[in-house]
Write a protein that binds this ligand. Sequence first.
Ligand SMILES: O=C[C@H](O)[C@H](O)[C@H](O)COP(=O)(O)O
Length: 233
Amino acid sequence: MTPDESVVSSFKRAAAERAVDFIQSGMVVGLGTGSTAAFAVRKLAVLLAEGTLKDVVGVPTSRTTEALATSLGVPLTTLDVHPVVDLTIDGADEVAPDLSLIKGGGGALLREKIVAQASRREVIIVDAPKLSPRLGTKWPVPVEVLPFGWRSQSLFLESLGARVTVRLALDGAPFHTDQGNVVLDCDFGPINDAAALAARLDSRAGVMAHGLFLNLTTDLVVAGPDGITHRVR
Ligand SMILES: O=C[C@H](O)[C@H](O)[C@H](O)COP(=O)(O)O
């Protein structure tokens, strides 16, 4: 890990551990996906092991998070058993001033959005460089599409003005999400009307999810050289 990476990790960890302070015993907690959210899972596991927190169960937003939580002894549940989540802690790829997000850099966008929509409180944790003047400035919008007809979806997304890249796995084959879908990363550049774009994507058959998370964030915890800030929407 380079010095810069270790500094970024320290900020991610600081934001994550601050968010874990919001968890109370007895809660159903949404467990996000990505490197920042992983710090939150680790901190939660420590607090449960030492008895500081009790009777907390987690709803994982990906198989990766499920495996991490299981390995650390964090009790898990499902939305079938607990259809309402008290508090979710998750990361983001880009955060706009109105707390709208781009998520899905790790491919977990569909389950993350389902859990976010089921949550009373959605706490987003980021390091400072994730902050952006407008969505799309720093990160493409991941769009999860059914493998059936994905090339037609690519043409549709290009017609909306995106430069489309099929996300590949490490072996060079197309990446597949936990649901077996394909991810098309769509570079729209800075997005003027995220709500209108989200509506267009939501209305397209075969688009299973997109990374525009609008009106879902309740809290934002940011860590950077100036310390940790917590904003409530
Ligand atoms: O699909 C992945 C999620 O949306 C992550 O929360 C997001 O990509 C941020 O990940 P990281 O905390 O590793 O930057």
